[in-house]
Design a protein around this ligand. Structure first.
Ligand code: PHE
Length: 342
């Protein structure tokens, strides 16, 4: 009996076969169990030898079953380890992480530089009313500047005779909105998207500007010049810059100046702060009294300067990027080439 069951246990290939052996041997109606039940009919002498022998057999079978079961589990684990094997020495593929777009990066830089100069950040809507984008900035309906802006107009339903809303053509309407809400004095920059129907190497229909506005009782153009110089030195990371104020005209400033920065072109490489060339970088001026009035500020008490800078434009200058359109092509190869993406 012992021989038979131990043999069956060692032959069992899986848990089901082991269980069958267990039932046949030490189950309720198993052979060993039946033999033990017969102990009662034996004489005490017979029982004295048969009893311990059967008990020993039962124990031996049970431990053989347990050992066989453990061996099966070990084998199964071994099998899994083989099939789920992982080569941790294999070089990992580099993880691609997103990066900040150069325009966003430059915008953040500009905000940080002006924060040091005490300028807060303001924002306005990209869909603007005709009044905020033009009239309040001293550009009445028949003013030629309206044509120069290549404005995108929003559609109005037939019978609605209000002037159409526009995609703002510059960040200057934020001057009006901010002063209306907060009054003077004020010191802000207003970065954001602006729109003009124009497309070539240096123009895209959507681009970015930041407006600067400082209004107080005795702000002058000298303050404007100092602020712009400080900004340019920080932004272009040069010790000295030279700015040239060229008389110009904007309806919303008087006097108005376009500002050029001294630079040099050496084999297509732009250097800021030295050389014999001048590069236009922004428009500026003293805020026109009519603009202050439109914004609810008393022009006999307050005055100040405003300027408007093309963010994409100064980003192109800083990073030596020749084509503005590439900023908005979402081409990773281009971003990587300029070190803007991993
Ligand atoms: N709004 C002008 C433009 O978009 C720039 C500007 C802003 C000029 C503020 C003067 C003062 O061209």
């Amino acid at each position: 009996l012992r021989q038979k069951f131990l043999q069956q246990i060692s032959d069992a290939g899986d848990e089901a076969a082991l269980e069958a052996v267990r039932v046949a041997a030490v189950g309720k109606k198993g052979e060993v169990s039946l033999k033990m039940r017969e102990l009662g009919k034996m004489t005490p002498e017979e029982r004295q030898t048969a009893g311990p022998a059967l008990n020993a057999l039962k124990n031996e079978i049970n431990s053989a079953l347990a050992a066989a079961k453990a061996a099966l589990a070990d084998a199964a684990l071994e099998e899994r380890l083989k099939s789920e094997w992982l080569d941790v020495t294999l070089a990992p593929r580099p993880a691609r992480t997103g990066t900040i777009h150069p325009v966003s990066q430059v915008t953040e830089e500009v905000i940080a530089i002006f924060a040091d100069l005490g300028f807060a950040v303001a924002e306005g809507p990209q869909i603007e009313t005709d009044w905020y984008n033009f009239d309040a900035l001293n550009i009445p309906p028949e003013h030629p500047a309206r044509q120069e802006h290549d404005t995108f107009y929003m559609h109005r339903d037939a019978g609605d005779n209000r002037p159409p809303n526009v995609l703002r053509t510059h960040t200057s309407p934020v001057q009006i909105r901010y002063l209306q809400e907060h009054g003077a004095p004020c010191r802000i920059i207003a970065p954001g998207r602006v729109y003009r129907a124009d497309y070539d190497q240096t123009h895209t229909p959507m681009f970015h500007q930041f407006e600067g506005l400082a209004i107080d009782r005795d702000i002058s153009m000298a303050n404007l010049k100092w602020v712009l110089e400080e900004f340019c030195r920080a932004f272009f990371e040069v010790d000295e810059v030279e700015l040239r104020f060229r008389a110009s005209h904007f309806p919303f400033t008087e006097p108005s100046a376009e500002v050029d920065i001294r630079c040099s072109w050496d084999k297509g490489q732009l250097k800021i702060g030295e050389g014999d060339d001048w590069m236009e970088i922004l428009g500026s001026g003293m805020v026109h009294p009519k603009v202050l009035e439109a914004a609810g500020v008393d022009p006999s008490a307050y005055q100040g300067f405003a300027f408007g800078v093309g963010i994409d434009r100064i980003a192109m200058l800083k990073y030596g990027i020749p084509d503005l359109r590439a900023f908005f092509d979402s081409d990773l190869r281009w971003l990587r080439n300029y070190g803007f993406a991993a």
